[in-house]
Design a protein around this ligand. Structure first.
Ligand code: HEM
Length: 419
């Protein structure tokens, strides 16, 4: 049985969040990869843009930061220079400026540093899984997938335990700002103009700003110099430091990036287990599968559906000209189902090798900083889950997030029997 079949008619409007409510419009992506791999996409709410859908194209373009810049915004939406300056983080800069900040953080998020958290992640997983599984039938996104990432991030970043539920809520409102289940300020349906200087145009951005400020004041007053928040405020090699605005934006970035993406990877993995029952047995057999399974689950999930660049000069491709100033979207969601790169891309193959997925924005300087944490969380969670299960089945239809930026199963009813 395949996990899930796309239902769009092949002509979905990629600029519309509604086109993603039944999952990414993969029939449209397949058509574009085949017939129009550099597709001019109309956008009612702003400047039209190019959609790039092939894995090999995105992989090559993502390295070329001289032509395809992150420094004019990384979302589909247009931004004035003023908005860009107010909301940017190091993710919205290019090398060499980008490298200065990235260098400060690299070690804190490295594979070796993250490996030290394995036991802690396992300990965190146990009560979460026990509480969920004893219910028999439950929403796996809410009870399992939503629980782990922020708690883990709290440890890595050094956030007080009692603040974590509030941060999950604000992180949801921030990044899922296009889904009425997660915010009262739905981006494309209401006037969010008052918040246009805030991350993600969201009032949650203002609250997180204030929280970050207060947290650092408390930490500094008590001489606490642990964690990445302190690290990023240290001067770079050339003596430069980030501004207060950049610091607060970084905090919002970490809360947003570290929360939803890992959650929706876990949810997608559980959804896959429901529809491909052989996955449970493979996980239980263990061994080498754990070298490859996390990446395959994350490929399957591809929670960051796209990121945007802006062309700094004209560029010829597939017989067309991308003009300087044009917005260019890298659709990772499409790249990760590209039949030219993957055998049977709609099947979850836990031992897939090689796995040239681009879910982390691989091959460019912006490759996900949190990827080793995400891989570790996914591996440990599924190891612990598989060991407790005899079977897992769908207990009703699942529902996707309303967003063309973050893709995920927001509701996943399952029934389990325990081993
Ligand atoms: C499965 C989980 C995750 C996925 C799929 C994911 C995806 C991505 C992608 C695609 C990018 C590249 C953005 C671009 O090209 O502009 C990125 C960057 C980033 N991610 Fe993740 N992410 C995940 C987890 C995390 C976690 C857990 C954290 C934090 C703890 C994190 C923090 C970041 C940061 C700070 C950047 C910006 C890096 C830079 O610009 O140099 N991510 N992520």
């Amino acid at each position: 049985m395949t996990v899930w079949t796309p239902s769009d008619d092949g002509n979905a409007d990629l600029s519309s969040h509604d086109a993603f409510v039944n999952g990414p419009p993969h029939n449209t992506f397949a058509r574009l990869r085949r017939d129009d791999p550099l597709h001019w996409t109309e956008y009612a709410q702003g400047q039209d843009f190019w959609s790039v859908t092939r894995n090999a194209d995105i992989s090559a373009m993502n390295k070329n930061t001289e032509v395809f810049s992150s420094a004019r915004g990384i979302r589909m939406e247009d931004q004035s220079h003023e908005e860009y300056m107010a909301r940017r983080t190091f993710q919205e800069t290019d090398p060499p400026e980008h490298s200065k900040t990235r260098m400060k953080l690299f070690k804190a998020f490295s594979r070796t540093t993250m490996a030290q958290y394995e036991d802690e992640i396992r300990d965190l997983c146990q009560p979460i899984l026990d509480a969920a599984l004893e219910q028999g039938t439950f929403d796996a996104t809410k009870e399992i997938a939503r629980q782990l990432p922020m708690r883990m991030l709290g440890r890595v970043v050094g956030l007080p335990e009692e603040d974590l539920p509030w941060l999950v809520e604000k992180g949801d409102a921030l990044i899922a700002n296009t889904d009425p289940d997660f915010t009262a300020h739905v981006l494309d349906k209401m006037d969010t103009d008052a918040y246009r200087m805030m991350p993600f145009n969201s009032p949650a951005g203002a609250e997180l700003y204030a929280y970050a400020q207060e947290l650092m004041e408390k930490k500094e007053a008590s001489g606490d110099t642990s964690g990445v928040l302190h690290m990023i405020r240290q001067p770079a090699k050339d003596g430069s430091t980030i501004t207060e605005t950049e610091f607060r934006n970084f905090f919002c970035l970490v809360v947003a990036a570290g929360n939803d993406t890992t959650r929706y990877s876990i949810a997608a993995g559980i959804q896959a287990m429901c529809h491909q029952p052989e996955l449970l047995a493979q996980m239980q057999a263990g061994g080498d599968i754990w070298e490859t399974a996390p990446d395959e689950i994350i490929r399957w999930a591809t929670p960051a559906l796209y990121f945007r660049r802006t062309a700094t000069q004209d560029f010829e491709m597939h017989g067309k000209t991308i003009r300087a100033g044009d917005k260019v979207l890298y659709w990772f969601a499409s790249a990760n189902r590209d039949e030219a790169t993957f055998d049977d891309p709609f099947r979850v193959d836990l031992s897939r090798t090689p796995n040239k997925h681009l879910a982390f924005g691989q091959n460019g300087p912006h490759v996900c900083l949190g990827m080793w944490l995400a891989r570790l969380e996914v591996r440990v969670l599924f190891q612990e889950l598989a060991k407790r299960l005899k079977s897992i089945e769908p207990a009703g239809p699942h529902r996707f997030l309303r967003s063309n930026f973050v893709g995920g199963v927001k509701e996943l009813p399952v029934t389990v029997t325990l081993a």
